[in-house]
Design a protein around this ligand. Structure first.
Ligand code: NAP
Length: 346
């Protein structure tokens, strides 16, 4: 709600894609935000959303969006917040155009993430980084805020309580990433059925760099990046939704398995009142074969963890699972917008 008690109008850029569709599903009954405009590429402009979208979500397309006529992705369309699910080949310029024209842009693309003036946010982990927007020079309250890479969100959430208590020195991570992470239509079926592809373009670099910014210390308007060393290997697997990550972590101080599990299960958001932030942020499963994409992805904004074991050289290994288009994209972006409202930036 804004201070007149009305819902805040928002538009979705890239509304036809995997992330755009998830925005619509999650915003259908949101108490603070009302979707007032949808935009996508030129080929979709002027057409009715219900006729052009290739809807891929489990629940049906909310009927209220079917007759929305798609806009071109140019500033001037209705909305104060612009949620972006744009392809990264076009997101950079379009998002800048919207911010320059007074929109609060919440992006899922890589383009602006590592800019020194742009927050790379997971509100429960680094809400204080939002203050970076004060360094942006857009007029009329415009700003750009980014969501991390979809694998990085779950990874940093699992690391945050460990880092607070024992300092994380290094991370080795092997990801098994779902098909929806590649957008629509994504990987051809002839490539992925009965197969695993041990390469996702640009992904390992993002996983190795973004957590340093997110878990960095913020003071005097600058982020001092965390010095942890990260090695990532990324695989595309034949799963629709939910990224699994097998992690091995070196901590600076001694910990026990029960202390680590308690740290995860007791991890709470330092910011209260964010509608999309679940009470249980991290949930540890004791079953020896959990977490699994099909069984835990329905937890949405909660990251599932399991299989904690001591590894060689004093390290710890475990497995995490997070929903890539919910916690890793649209749900995370909506949470960022709730933080913007909560902290009075709108
Ligand atoms: P997608 O399914 O390929 O959707 C891309 C969207 O961008 C579509 O709505 C498309 O519209 C629009 N678009 C493409 N070219 C355009 C242009 N020239 N002008 C305006 N709009 C254009 O991709 P996605 O999976 O939703 O991902 C969107 C972004 O989020 C990407 O940057 C991706 O890296 C990031 N991300 C994705 C995930 C995930 O799990 N999928 C997670 C985190 C972050 P048309 O339909 O009209 O072509």
């Amino acid at each position: 709600m804004n201070n007149t008690g009305k819902k805040i109008p928002v538009c979705i850029l890239g509304a036809t894609g995997m992330v755009g569709q998830k925005f619509l599903e999650l915003l259908e009954n949101h108490p603070q935000f009302e979707v007032v405009a949808l935009a996508a590429s030129e080929k979709s402009t002027g057409k009715k959303y219900g006729e052009i979208v290739n809807w891929q979500q489990d629940l049906p397309l909310p009927s209220k969006y079917a007759n929305f006529v798609l806009h071109e992705c140019k500033s001037g369309i209705p909305g104060k917040i612009a949620f972006s699910g744009l392809d990264s080949s076009v997101a950079g310029e379009i998002e800048t155009d919207f911010a320059e024209n007074g929109y609060i842009v919440i992006s899922n693309s890589k383009n602006h993430r590592m800019n020194g003036h742009v927050p790379l946010l997971v509100p429960e982990v680094n809400h204080e980084h939002l203050e970076l927007v004060k360094k942006q020079n857009f007029s009329s309250g415009g700003m750009i805020i980014t969501n991390p890479n979809c694998s990085v969100v779950g990874l940093t959430m699992a690391l945050k309580p460990l880092n607070d208590l024992w300092n994380v020195e290094s991370v080795d991570v092997v990801t098994l990433q779902a098909l929806s992470g590649a957008g629509y239509p994504g990987v051809p079926s002839m490539e992925i059925v009965d197969n695993i592809i041990p390469y996702i373009s640009g992904e390992e670099e993002k996983i190795e760099t973004e957590p340093g910014k997110i878990l960095g210390t913020f003071s005097n308007g600058i982020i001092d990046f965390h010095s942890m060393k990260i090695n990532a290997q990324c695989n595309r697997v034949c799963v629709l939704n939910g990224h699994l990550e097998c992690m091995t972590v070196k901590l600076s101080k001694k910990a026990t398995s029960s202390e680590i599990i308690a740290a995860w299960n007791n991890f709470r958001s330092p910011v209260t009142g964010l509608i999309s932030s679940p009470p249980q942020l991290l949930q540890y499963f004791y079953e020896s074969n959990y977490p699994q994409p099909r069984k835990q992805r329905h937890l949405g904004m909660t990251v599932s963890i399991g299989r904690l074991q001591e590894a060689t050289f004093g390290r710890w290994k475990f497995v995490i699972l997070s929903h890539n288009t919910v916690r890793g994209a649209a749900g995370g972006a909506i949470l960022n917008a709730e933080l913007v409202v909560r902290q009075g930036y709108l």
